[in-house]
Design a binder for this molecule. Structure first.
Ligand code: AHR
Length: 501
C-alpha cells in the first residue's frame, strides 16, 4: 500500500486564509441566471423571482465574493441595459453565447440576490466593446454616495445607498481571440492602465484585477502577464488566472493530479509579477485573483456552443451543464488544496461557476435544486479552512501520470485557527488506498479527530435529477490519534478533510 508522511508546525505559516479564496462566479450564460437563480413562478420563488431553494444551497456552499456578470458575456454588455424599470429594459443579442439577453436581472436585482445569499459583489467592466468612460460611469453609479448624475439615477432606480463594490475586474480574457474586443498585450495593457488610473482617481480604495492569460496553454502566456503588468503595475492590485481541467481519454491519474498544473501556473504568474516588480524597483507586490477555476468538459461543449442556427438566439438555453462525478469532486478538492498552499499570493479565487453552468448546484425549471458531487469539497473546505494556511512537509510515495510524470500520491494542505487544525488530503492513487501518518508534535496536546470526504466504489458515480443524493460525504472511520501522531487510511480516488482539536 502506498504511504505518505506529513509534518505540520504552526511556526511555519504560508499566509492568512482570506475569505475571498472561496469566491464564486455568476455569468449571464445558459440557465445560470434565468431558470437557475431567477425563476419567477417557481414554487420556492419570492416576489423578486429568486428561487429560495437555490438561495439556501448557495448559503450552504459558503461562497464569499461572487464575480458578475461575466465572463465572455461582459465583453459585449451594456450595464445601463440592466438598470431602471424592468419592463422598459431592452432585449439584446449576447454574441458570446449566441443567446438573447432579456435584462430582467441587472445590477440591482443581483445585489438583492447577494444580500439573500450573504455574499459580496465583484464586478467586471466591459473592456471589449467599451472602455474607460463607461467603466467610470458604472463606478460612479455603483459607488458614489449622492449628488451626481449617476448616483441620483441609482437612487431613482430604488437604491439610495451605494453598492460599495471593492473588487473590480478590468475586462475578461482579453488575450483570447474568442473575446469581443480581443487585443494584444500592449493594447490591452494601455487600455487597462488608463481605466485603472481613472477608476482609482474616483476611489483609491478599489482592488483592481487586470486580465492575465485565459489559460496556461495560450501561446502568449508569460509574455502577456509581463507586458500587461509593465503597463499597469502601479495602478492595479491583482492579476487574474483562469484554469479548467477535464479527464482526457480515460487518463484518470493525470486528471487527479491537476493541482500540479495549478501549482505551476500560480508559481509562474507570481514569478512574472515579481520580475516586473524587480525591474520597476516597486514596493508593492501584485497578488493573484484566480477568478475562474473548475473542472469543465470543455472539449464536449466547445462544439455544442456552435450548434445554434444563425437565426436561433434562445433565452437561457441549456449550455455547459456538466454533470460531475466523484473523480471530478476529488479533482476539485485537489485544486482547493493548491489554492490553500498559495494563500500568501492568491488573495481571491472564484469557482466557475455556481448554478447549472459548470456549477456545483443544478436546478430543473419548476422542479428541484440539488448538490452536484463538486459541491462537497468546496463547502467542506470553505467551512474548515480558517485562520492561517501552514506549510506541509510532505514525504510521499510517487505515483506515475502520463501528463505530469511522477507526482506525490497524496496532495495535502493544512490550516490552523489556534484552537484546531484542519487537514485537507487527496489520494491520487486510482486503485489503492494510501496510509498517511502526520506528525503533530509541534501542537501540544490534541484530543479529538474527525474525518469525512468524498470517495466511492464507482469513481464515476454522479448526482442527477433522478438520484440527487447518490454521492454525499462519508465518514472515514480509520482516522486515529496516538499521542501526537495522526494516522488515516485514504481510499483510492478520494478527497478528505480531517479536523483535529
Ligand atoms: O466560465 C465559462 C467561460 O470560460 C467564461 O465566460 C470565460 O471567461 C471562460 O473562457
Amino acid at each position: 500500500m502506498p504511504r505518505a508522511h506529513l509534518t505540520l508546525d504552526p511556526a511555519f505559516p504560508i499566509g492568512p486564509v482570506r475569505r475571498r479564496l472561496f469566491g464564486g462566479f455568476v455569468e449571464h450564460l445558459g440557465r445560470h441566471v434565468y431558470d437557475g437563480i431567477h425563476e419567477p413562478g417557481h414554487p420556492t420563488a419570492g416576489p423578486d423571482g429568486f428561487r429560495r431553494d437555490v438561495v439556501e444551497l448557495v448559503r450552504e456552499l459558503g461562497v464569499s465574493t461572487i464575480r458578475y456578470p461575466g465572463g465572455n458575456f461582459v465583453s459585449g454588455y451594456n450595464w445601463e441595459d440592466g438598470v431602471g424599470p424592468v419592463e422598459q429594459r431592452p432585449r439584446r443579442l449576447d454574441l458570446a453565447w449566441h443567446s438573447t439577453e432579456t435584462n430582467q436581472v441587472g445590477l440591482h436585482e443581483f445585489q438583492d440576490w447577494l444580500d439573500l445569499v450573504g455574499s459580496d459583489l465583484m464586478l467586471a467592466v466591459n473592456l471589449g466593446t467599451r472602455g474607460m468612460p463607461e467603466a467610470l460611469e458604472l463606478l460612479e453609479y455603483a459607488n458614489t454616495t449622492s449628488g451626481t448624475a449617476r448616483s441620483e439615477q441609482r437612487a431613482t432606480n430604488g437604491r439610495q445607498d451605494p453598492f460599495g463594490v471593492e473588487m473590480w475586474c478590468l475586462g475578461n480574457e482579453m488575450d483570447g481571440a474568442w473575446q469581443l474586443g480581443h487585443r494584444d498585450a500592449t493594447d490591452y495593457g494601455k487600455l487597462a492602465a488608463m481605466t485603472a488610473r481613472a477608476m482609482k482617481q474616483l476611489d483609491r480604495n478599489l482592488k483592481l484585477v487586470v486580465c492575465g492569460s485565459s489559460n496556461r496553454d495560450m501561446p502568449t502566456f508569460g509574455a502577456w502577464e509581463r507586458i500587461v503588468l509593465e503597463h499597469t503595475y502601479d495602478d492595479v492590485d491583482l492579476i487574474s488566472c483562469h484554469a479548467y481541467y477535464e479527464e482526457h481519454d480515460g487518463d484518470l491519474a493525470s486528471f487527479l493530479a491537476s493541482g500540479t498544473d495549478m501549482d505551476a501556473f500560480i508559481d509562474s504568474v507570481v514569478a512574472t509579477a515579481d520580475h516586473v516588480r524587480a525591474v520597476k524597483r516597486a514596493e508593492k507586490r501584485i497578488e493573484i485573483s484566480f477568478d475562474e477555476w473548475n473542472v469543465w468538459y470543455h472539449s464536449k461543449w466547445a462544439t455544442v456552443e456552435k450548434e445554434f442556427a444563425p437565426d436561433d438566439w434562445p433565452v437561457a438555453p441549456r449550455l455547459l451543464e456538466d454533470v460531475y462525478s466523484v473523480a471530478d469532486a476529488v479533482t476539485v478538492g485537489g485544486l482547493l488544496i493548491s489554492l490553500l498552499n498559495h494563500a500568501d499570493r492568491v488573495a481571491s479565487a472564484s469557482l466557475a461557476q455556481l448554478v447549472n453552468v459548470i456549477g456545483p448546484i443544478m436546478t430543473e425549471p419548476g422542479g428541484d435544486a440539488w448538490r452536484q458531487t463538486t459541491f462537497y469539497p468546496f463547502s467542506l473546505t470553505s467551512r474548515a479552512a480558517q485562520g492561517t494556511a501552514l506549510r506541509v512537509a510532505l514525504d510521499a510515495d510517487a505515483t506515475p501520470t502520463a501528463r505530469f510524470g511522477e507526482v506525490p500520491v497524496v496532495s495535502a494542505a493544512a490550516t490552523t485557527d489556534g484552537d484546531g487544525i484542519s487537514l485537507f488530503l487527496q489520494n491520487r492513487d486510482t486503485a489503492s488506498p494510501t496510509t498517511v501518518t502526520v506528525d503533530l508534535s509541534a501542537f501540544g496536546r490534541l484530543s479529538t479527530v474527525t474525518a469525512s470526504g468524498i470517495w466511492d466504489e464507482d469513481p464515476y458515480a454522479v448526482n442527477d435529477l433522478a438520484n440527487q443524493n447518490r454521492v454525499t460525504p462519508r465518514t472515514n472511520e480509520t482516522a486515529a490519534l496516538s499521542g501526537s501522531t495522526l494516522t488515516i487510511e485514504l481510499p483510492a480516488v478520494s478527497w478528505t478533510v480531517v479536523t483535529i482539536s
